[in-house]
Design a protein around this ligand. Structure first.
Ligand SMILES: Cc1ncc(COP(=O)(O)O)c(C=O)c1O
Length: 302
């Protein structure tokens, strides 16, 4: 069965939508995107924090002076429709917008925006070993900052920074990169936020460290507080990584991925720690609709 996508207000077959090779976005990275997951629950498929993701998509558009031509509600409905049309029990959903017209000039046109929403089957972002913890490398690449590019816009061009860091780490035999900010503090992974556990408390960098304010990060902060685990947002020195009791990445794609080794130094005892493990289970319960308190974060696909 061919994949169904939403494109400019209509459901189409994936292979039926074509773009010209010289699109501005392909040449200059001027597109924006979101990454959302839908999960299997006892009451059918549910999309996690859909409204928050679509609102962030609009914020990205605003920063890039993009007029999407649709409302938040229209794109929420469109996302639900794509998941339903494809019959996925669980999947990853990628809404994106791009400048379609060709041309060589750097300044994009304002009347050529196209919006697409595509859903794909998706498992563990960092592979099966992510369950037992991955090995990370502190990148030689610094995280972009808002003097250079907008950190809070999920713009396609921003991700070249992530591509450089991930490629360096993976080519060096690690599973993922950790980027520091321009001022040297811990920032985040190429597509994930980072959290440390020290003495029973979660510690995570804040917006001053040039991080994308991830929706999963906020979810974990709320979840942890509801479990009585205190959370501190502050500058984190990269040395604190090595002496942390536990470290994990969090993000839509990565969910909660334990980090058990950084730059060949074991974190804690080199195994997934109890707080990370607890949060992994609790987060799985939330996304699967088993935690009634956080059911407000789920949009059911009926
Ligand atoms: C650079 C970066 N940081 C953090 C995240 C995590 O954000 P979220 O939890 O909203 O997926 C992402 C993924 O979107 C990302 O690309």
């Amino acid at each position: 069965m061919s994949r169904k996508i939403w494109y400019q207000g209509e459901i189409k077959k994936y292979e039926d939508v074509k773009v010209t090779l010289l699109t501005h976005t392909l040449q200059y990275g001027s597109g924006i995107f979101e990454g959302i997951r839908a999960y299997k629950t006892d009451d059918g498929t549910a999309i996690f924090r859909l409204k928050d993701h679509i609102e962030r998509f609009f914020n990205s558009a605003k920063i890039l002076r993009i007029n999407l031509g649709f409302t938040v509600d229209e794109l929420i409905d469109a996302t639900v429709k794509v998941v339903k049309e494809n019959g996925f029990e669980s999947c990853y959903i990628r809404p994106f917008a791009f400048h379609e017209s060709d041309g060589i000039g750097v300044k994009p046109k304002t009347d050529d925006i196209r919006v697409a929403i595509i859903a794909v089957p998706f498992g563990k972002y960092l592979g099966d070993k992510s369950v037992n913890g991955i090995r990370a490398k502190i990148s030689s690449w610094k995280r972009i900052n808002s003097d250079v590019l907008s950190v809070q816009a999920k713009a396609t061009g921003n991700y070249l920074n992530s591509v450089l860091a991930s490629s360096e780490a993976m080519d060096g035999g690690y599973d993922e990169a950790i980027l520091t900010s321009h001022s040297g503090y811990l920032a985040e992974g190429p597509g994930e936020n980072i959290m440390l556990v020290k003495n029973g408390r979660l510690i995570t960098p804040g917006i001053e460290s040039d991080i994308l304010l991830g929706i999963t990060r906020y979810s974990i902060i709320d979840l942890s507080e509801s479990l009585g685990i205190p959370v501190t947002e502050r500058h984190v020195h990269k040395d604190e990584l090595f002496t942390a009791d536990e470290v994990f990445f969090c993000g839509t794609a990565a969910e909660i991925t334990p980090v058990v080794n950084v730059d060949n130094i074991e974190i804690g005892n080199g195994r997934v720690g109890p707080i990370t493990s607890k949060l992994m289970h609790e987060y799985a319960d939330v996304t699967a609709g088993r935690n009634k308190k956080f059911n407000k974060w789920l949009t059911y696909v009926k």
